[in-house]
Design a protein around this ligand. Structure first.
Ligand code: NDP
Length: 293
């Protein structure tokens, strides 16, 4: 058996088109263009790439992009002052502070200082708290887990009642993913580096989400036949045939997993494209909240 491939590029393109149309409508009807502010502190090259990708996507879909950069030496007060200014700026609907921040900056304090109505990354403690609570909904859901949920829904995967195993419990992926699946009525197990028998848990799962950061750790022989596999991981694997000397692979061994799974996301081209698409969707929603106030 070979699994159905869940095409993240295709589904992300659909989300992008919905956002593009929503932005055009807002411009035509309200004479208002949604704006996303990106805050980058220091010169981390990966952060620079991610911020550039987000700015380009804003341009593509018709959103305004406001780039703010501070030097590596910026103080806590300077970062917080910038966030406060963006909170007060009516042209800014979403504020994205690119992580990681330099070590001397208190990330929790910075993320907590973002106006929750502009918290398009969904990392504000109030938004995470609402996500965790029964009968409450956050204003914004963190983009990568939101993208995973969209992939599952667009692929027609039965979530309610399913056994779901999430490997990884980070604040940005594993934990919110677990909360979302639980909200969607899956029975959720969270595995992590101290889990005693990972294979046993994974083998019971109808839905497996791998957010570990370990190259091809989940293999086909660990999966229940027919399981849906969402691979969040992005890892570099040595490959002399590539100009860069490596290729990108996931936390799942795609070749063996696709022979057992019922559906699986590839890397690249699975979860990756969804993250930015969901950020754009969150920013449009933030603008809708602002214009309807
Ligand atoms: P973190 O390093 O923050 O978290 C990794 C999690 O995996 C931790 O909870 C850790 O457990 C767990 N873990 C580590 N080793 C093992 C193991 N041997 N067995 C079981 N669990 C283990 O990573 P992130 O959540 O930030 O990212 C995960 C992956 O997703 C990375 O490859 C990252 O690049 C990718 N990513 C992709 C995105 C996308 O847009 N596609 C966006 C964000 C991340 P413990 O808590 O016990 O330490």
């Amino acid at each position: 058996m070979s699994a159905k491939i869940i095409d993240g590029k295709l589904i992300a393109a659909k989300v992008q088109e919905e956002v593009r149309l929503g932005v055009a409508k807002m411009k035509a009807e309200k004479d208002y263009v949604p704006g996303l502010a990106t805050v980058r502190v220091g010169q981390n090259p990966a952060s620079a790439t991610y911020v550039r990708m987000k700015q380009k996507m804003c341009e593509k879909l018709g959103l305004r992009s406001i780039g703010r950069e501070l030097p590596e030496t910026a103080t806590q007060e300077e970062v917080m002052t910038l966030v406060k200014a963006l909170n007060a700026d009516p042209e800014v609907n979403g504020i994205l502070v690119q992580l990681p921040l330099p070590n001397h900056i208190d990330e929790e304090a910075v993320l907590g200082s973002i106006d929750i109505e502009k918290d398009v990354d969904g990392f504000h403690p109030v938004n995470i708290g609402r996500l965790a609570m029964k009968g409450r909904d956050p204003l914004f859901v963190p983009c990568t887990p939101a993208g995973c949920m969209r992939l599952l829904k667009e692929s027609g995967v039965q979530i309610s009642g399913a056994e779901a195993v999430i490997v990884g419990r980070s604040n940005i992926v594993g934990l919110p993913m677990a909360m979302l699946l639980q909200k969607a009525n899956a029975t959720v197990t969270i595995c992590h580096s101290r889990t005693r028998d990972l294979v046993e848990h994974v083998r019971n799962a109808d839905i497996v989400v791998a957010a570990i950061g370990r190259t091809e750790m989940i293999t086909g022989d660990m999966l229940k036949p027919g399981a849906t596999v969402i691979d969040v991981g992005i890892n570099q694997k040595d490959d002399d045939t590539r100009p860069r000397g490596y290729r990108l692979v996931g936390d799942v061994d795609f070749d063996s997993a696709k022979e057992v799974a019922g559906a699986i996301t590839p890397v690249p081209g699975g979860v990756g494209p969804m993250t930015i698409a969901m950020l754009m969707e969150n920013t449009l929603r933030a603008a809708e909240i602002a214009v309807n106030k």
